[in-house]
Design a protein around this ligand. Structure first.
Ligand code: PGA
Length: 243
């Protein structure tokens, strides 16, 4: 398993349910491997069926999956387990993305079990947390995050193996982001005030674009970015990787 503490910055592309073989050919042809230096960690998370294709085209990037099963084998039609992801050269896996929590009922406990399976197979989990707009308006963002972290971080994880991604749900795909002070203060809360996630690497995600990535990345408590829509445009993604 990779020791994530060796990286100064971690930039993740979450392609969600997008991409094709032609898209992958064009994407990697446009990417310049030099945008990744030895202290940075660039991770591409395609739909799992394309992991092998991305691996064959890869230039200096790590591969990640967008989800894995909480089960390790058996009669679970349609599932993909952590062992299979490892065989497909995955070093990372996103777990508990809000789209999975909302559309596929992934619970905090599911996220924890999936993360434990990943760690058992030397894959670093990227655990997503974040509040809804209503929770933000009600002033309970910190309580929500505290609960998500307490219940979904695996007991077997550590600051060397698990990454947290703070993604306010209302910021995902909306073009809206919290202001810089808000991002820094939530990241500081996670790193310094929640015992279970003390000193963990924290990525920010939600409407990251080339035009806001540098300001967010420059914040003291931000260790990287989780990029959705903007990661599908190679030129845009290259600019984000340069921060
Ligand atoms: P977005 O998505 O960058 O398109 O807002 C981020 C994410 O869902 O991880």
């Amino acid at each position: 398993m990779l020791d994530i503490n060796k990286f100064d910055k971690i930039i993740v592309a979450n392609w969600k349910l997008n991409g094709s073989k032609d898209f992958i050919d064009a994407f990697f042809n446009d990417l310049n491997p030099e945008v990744i230096n030895s202290n940075s960690c660039g991770i591409i998370c395609p739909p799992s069926i394309y992991l092998d294709k991305c691996f064959s085209k890869n230039k200096n990037f790590f591969l990640g999956a967008q989800n894995c099963s909480q089960f390790n084998s058996g009669a679970y039609t349609g599932e993909i387990n952590a062992i299979m992801l490892r065989e497909c050269n995955c070093n990372f896996c996103i777990v508990g993305h809000s789209e999975r929590r909302m559309n596929f009922n992934d619970s905090n406990n599911d996220v924890k079990v999936k993360s434990e399976n990943l760690i058992d197979n030397s894959i670093n989990p990227i655990i997503c947390i974040g509040e809804t707009l209503e929770q933000k308006k009600n002033g309970i963002t910190k309580e929500v995050i505290f609960e998500q972290i307490s219940s979904s971080l695996p007991e077997t994880g550590s600051a060397n193996s698990v990454i947290i991604a703070y993604e306010p749900i209302w910021a995902i795909g909306s073009g809206l982001t919290p202001n810089l002070e808000e991002i820094n203060s939530i990241h500081s809360f996670i790193k310094k005030e929640i015992p279970k996630s003390r000193n963990y690497k924290i990525l920010y995600g939600g409407s990251v674009k080339s035009k806001n990535s540098k300001n967010i990345m420059d914040l003291e408590n931000v260790d990287g970015l989780l990029v959705g829509g903007a990661s599908l445009d190679p030129q845009e993604f290259i600019e984000i990787l340069k921060v």
